[in-house]
Structures are given as structure tokens and as C-alpha cells.
Design a protein around this ligand. Structure first.
Ligand SMILES: [Zn+2]
Length: 288
């Protein structure tokens, strides 16, 4: 079976369920009083980064609903992904909707502007559904389009000309050193409010589960116990789940990474390979 198809994603979820994992949304996991009391837990989070995520998100959300899995779907507030119909459908399937924020990037580092936008976006999302948790969107590639080959070629070309070093990246997550989530009616942030030393984090970024070196922004602290546990492809991850080496899993799945039809699948495979290689060349100019 090809990896990174919706079929494969469904197989992964079935294995989690068969192995006795309790699946939780981010909000449910944050509100859990004592994680360790549970036998096995898998947090399932989906980030909706581009328009390509939307139809696949609905497919995943429907499957999860049929299998009594509650997941979290984080939507960016940009027009490409702020799709009311999709948000409503996923809400109606019983999943958590969260806000995938990037306000410091959008406000080019202007904090007051960023918080104004944050408030406005939350209000807009809350017209559709309850929002209890948030999660930062990376976006370290700045204005570049990383979902087309021409967009990636632009990055390569700018890199060769030395221009790429001028991209400025402003992380939004640092805002919470100064502002308080609860002042915005929020119970938590997917990176800040979950204990990564308990939950082993797996992200499908770049269509590989061990993408630490290509994942620029969500580098998180995890416990030493987990440093040797890795999975490259989904079969490795399935083997790990069956091996009972881990009891607490935090999964990040970008729907667009998973395609059933052959040509979109092949296109995405190539894009991710090129993107992974480009990311190795590139270090964002991080402003704290
Ligand atoms: Zn994102």
C-alpha cells in the first residue's frame, strides 16, 4: 500500500483503536486532570494550512466521527483556509475547531497590531463555533508558496541569489509570555499547554514522521525516554504503536499530505521531497 494516502491514515487510526488507545482532542487532553491515570492516549490534531487541506479534512473528519474519534482541526484565518462551510461541517461531526494563528507574521512583528488581529480573528471564528484552544502556524517560509513546484523553484532561485536570507520571521507563540490565554477565553495552546515529556510527538511534516531537522518552528522539548523512539514512515509508526513502547502519543496530521488518487499523491510526494531539501538550506531570521 502506498504511504500517505487517506486509506493509510484510516489504517493508522484503526491500529490506534485496536490497540486500545483513547483518542482525544487537544482541548480534552489539556483539561484532563491526570494523564498518567489513563492506560493509553492519542491526541489527534490537524492543521489546515492550505486550500488543499479542506476536502481531505472533511474526509478524515467523517471517518473519525464514524469511529468515535474526536480530533482537533486548526484553521488559519487567511481567506485560503477560512472556509465557513468546511468549518461548520467539521464542527457538526463533533470535532474541536481551533484557531491556527500567525498574527505576528501577518503584522510584521507589530505586537499591538498582532493582538488586534488575534482578537478579531477569534471573534470571527466564534461566530461559527466555540474556540477553546489555539495553535501557532509555522509559516517560516514567509510569502513563498510551498504548495507548487514554481513556488519552491522561486525559493531555490532566491537562495542562489542570496536573497532568501532576508526573509523575516516573527513567531507568534512568544506573545503568551506577555498576554494571558484566559483573557481571550482560551483554555490552552497546543504547544504550550501539553506536556511533551509525557506525550511523544509525531508530526507528518514533509511526509515523514521523523522530520525534526526539516521542522523549523515546532521544535519542542521532549523527555529523554523518547529520544530513541522514532518512525520514518507510517508503517514504522504502526509498528511502534503495536510494540507498546509508548502509551501517550500526540499526532499532528496535515490532511493535504494524504492523497488517494495517484497523480495528486505523486505531485505532493515530489513537492515534499523538494521542500525538505530546501528547508535544510534555510534558516529563518527569527525575531524573538
Ligand atoms: Zn500550519
Amino acid at each position: 500500500m502506498r504511504d500517505f494516502t487517506v486509506k493509510k491514515y484510516k489504517a493508522l487510526i484503526r491500529v490506534l483503536l485496536n490497540e486500545g488507545y483513547k483518542t482525544l482532542s487537544v482541548e480534552q487532553a489539556i483539561l484532563l486532570s491526570d494523564v498518567r491515570e489513563a492506560e493509553k492516549i492519542a491526541i489527534i490534531r490537524h492543521d489546515i494550512d492550505t486550500r488543499f487541506d479542506l476536502p481531505i479534512a472533511i474526509e478524515m473528519a467523517t471517518f473519525e466521527n464514524k469511529n468515535n474519534v474526536t480530533a482537533s482541526y486548526y484553521f488559519r484565518s487567511v481567506p485560503e483556509t477560512f472556509h465557513t462551510g468546511t468549518i461548520e461541517q467539521i464542527r457538526d461531526l463533533g470535532h474541536e475547531i481551533g484557531y491556527h494563528y500567525e498574527v505576528m507574521s501577518l503584522a510584521k512583528g507589530n505586537e499591538a497590531e498582532a493582538m488586534k488581529r488575534f482578537k478579531r480573528d477569534l471573534e470571527e471564528l466564534r461566530r461559527i463555533c466555540e474556540i477553546k484552544t489555539i495553535c501557532q502556524h509555522g509559516g517560516a517560509m514567509g510569502h513563498y508558496n510551498t504548495t507548487s513546484l514554481s513556488g519552491l523553484m522561486e525559493i531555490g532561485w532566491d537562495y542562489l541569489r542570496g536573497k532568501i536570507r532576508r526573509i523575516e520571521y516573527y513567531p507568534s507563540i512568544n506573545l503568551w509570555e506577555k498576554y494571558r490565554l484566559k483573557d481571550y477565553g482560551l483554555v490552552g495552546d497546543a504547544y504550550l499547554s501539553l506536556d511533551f515529556s509525557i506525550f511523544k510527538y509525531f508530526s507528518d511534516t514533509g511526509q515523514r514522521w521523523d522530520s525534526h531537522e526539516t521542522r523549523i518552528l515546532d521544535n519542542i522539548q521532549e523527555s529523554q525516554n523518547y529520544s530513541e523512539i522514532t518512525a520514518r514512515d507510517t508503517n514504522d509508526l504502526i509498528d511502534l504503536i503495536r510494540s507498546e513502547k509508548i502509551r501517550f502519543i500526540n499526532l499532528l496530521v496535515h490532511p493535504a499530505n494524504w492523497n488517494d488518487p495517484y497523480f495528486p499523491w505523486l505531485k505532493w510526494r515530489i513537492l515534499q521531497k523538494v521542500r525538505n531539501n530546501l528547508k535544510k538550506l534555510y534558516n529563518p531570521n527569527v525575531h524573538s
